[in-house]
Ligand binder design. Structure first.
Ligand SMILES: Cc1cc2nc3c(=O)[nH]c(=O)nc-3n(C[C@H](O)[C@H](O)[C@H](O)COP(=O)(O)OP(=O)(O)OC[C@H]3O[C@@H](n4cnc5c(N)ncnc54)[C@H](O)[C@@H]3O)c2cc1C
Length: 396
């Protein structure tokens, strides 16, 4: 990478992880990214490489064979990986959402049953099933239900989830649903509506777990995104991870952690675009000189570099607050909002600096530009982030 780096007050261990992932991304991930995008195929050998490095266990506690990464380590790993491919980084961060839910909310036997394998081999691949066709920014409107069958001591899931990353590759899903009556261990468990949302651990080979068609997307084309339908999908009652009524707050807590990862990924995409544009500006000549000698282009690169640095610092600040045990929701939203905006503007300018060539698949900036957009949408849109930030402004 040629872009100057700031905010590098990392511990030796954090810097070592960053360098390791950066090297892996440059040697193993980036070279496969264009073909994976074109063929819409997830590079499974890259995934196996991530597992060998221990990265599929990034957020898994060490006692379950994981990496036990702190927030900063998680962020620098995500940034470095997204520099190679946002599709791969997205798949990993969703896998990490699933392992985080099992680690935080699962029983001891569930942790032992799932986490070591998910950490060490990256299999089964994890999914996080919150969004639905009619419930995106407001997941409280979800209509997937879980009905308790007391005789069998099972829950029966019915409903439809949408936009599920790792939908085809995934082996185990964290599924959010509304408990629909039935006996549970809380007095108010018969409540319906938001009060009854909880989360379940659902193996993908359970009868009634049906994977829909793969979405055709603007970017992130190597990452499989599908719908998932639950048709009388029966799971043991012990697979319920949180009490009814606690599921939504659990989802938001997990997503706040995840948001730092997405923000870091956006920084990685922006840094990749800045690096590409810088190299191109050094090589491309017009009017008998490299375009990098033209003041207008130099100012573009200066603005891009400043955007990347500012976004990275916001990510680091969110990590600092999280590690200090502070309420970091607003900081995570600021980081995601500003980093995704930087990813959009920096990739846009990187295409511009490439001129007509930037509009072709011959150059990586074309893919980076298409990929960047998703960072403004998933794990909470920019508008949702601003709503959270505004609440912070008013101290609400
Ligand atoms: C490639 C991809 C991968 C994804 N992966 C996953 C996954 O693994 N798991 C998962 O559960 N979900 C996933 N998602 C879903 C993603 O999180 C949602 O798309 C996102 O939360 C937005 O929801 P929506 O698409 O329904 O948009 P909507 O909620 O319908 O929003 C439409 C527009 O209205 C705006 N809006 C809505 N409400 C408000 C408000 N109150 N104030 C201001 N503006 C508002 C939004 O910001 C947006 O601009 C993925 C999505 C994509 C595209």
């Amino acid at each position: 990478m040629t872009g100057a780096r700031v905010g590098s007050a990392l511990t030796d261990e954090q810097a070592a992880v960053r360098d390791l992932v950066r090297e892996f991304a440059a040697e193993e991930v980036r070279p496969t990214a264009a073909v994976a995008d074109e063929t819409e195929t997830f590079p499974e050998d890259v995934w196996d490489g991530l597992a060998e490095l221990g990265l599929t266990g990034l957020t898994v506690p060490e006692e379950y064979s994981g990496f036990g990464a702190d927030e900063t380590t998680y962020a620098v790993a995500n940034e470095a990986l997204a520099h190679g491919s946002l599709a791969v980084a997205t798949a990993l961060s969703v896998h990490c959402l699933a392992t985080s839910c099992i680690a935080e909310f699962g029983t001891e036997s569930q942790r032992e049953a799932w986490l070591p394998e998910m950490a060490e081999t990256g299999r089964p691949v994890g999914m996080f099933c919150l969004s639905e066709p009619h419930a995106g920014s407001n997941p409280a409107e979800m209509s997937t239900t879980a009905t308790y069958d007391a005789e069998a001591d099972e829950y029966v899931l019915n409903g439809e989830k949408q936009w599920i990353t790792n939908g085809q590759r995934g082996g185990v899903a964290i599924v959010f649903a509304k408990v629909d009556g039935g006996e549970t261990d809380r007095d108010d468990a018969h409540a319906t509506g938001d009060d009854a949302i909880t989360q379940f651990l659902v193996p993908a080979d359970t009868a009634g777990f049906e994977v829909g068609k793969k979405e055709e997307k603007l970017g992130l084309r190597a990452s499989d995104t599908t719908g998932i339908t639950f048709d009388d999908c029966r799971i043991p009652a012990e697979n319920r991870l949180t009490e009814p009524g606690r599921g939504l707050s659990a989802a938001f807590r997990t997503l706040t952690e995840g948001r730092i990862g997405i923000a870091a990924q956006a920084v990685g995409v922006a840094q990749a675009a800045l690096d590409e544009a810088t190299s191109y500006a050094e090589e491309r000549e017009q009017f008998d000189r490299p375009i990098g000698d033209i003041q207008t282009i130099r100012h573009k690169l200066a603005e891009m570099s400043t955007d990347v640095s500012a976004a990275r610092l916001l990510v680091r600040e969110a990590c600092r607050q999280a590690e200090a045990g502070e309420d970091y929701r607003v900081a995570a939203s600021k980081a995601k909002y500003r980093a995704s905006e930087a990813a959009m503007s920096v990739t846009n300018e990187a295409v511009q600096i490439h001129g007509g060539y930037g509009y072709t698949t011959e150059f990586d900036v074309e893919r980076l530009y298409r990929d960047a957009k998703i960072t403004e949408i998933y794990e909470g849109t920019t508008e949702v982030q601003k709503t959270i930030i505004a609440r912070g402004v008013f101290g609400e």
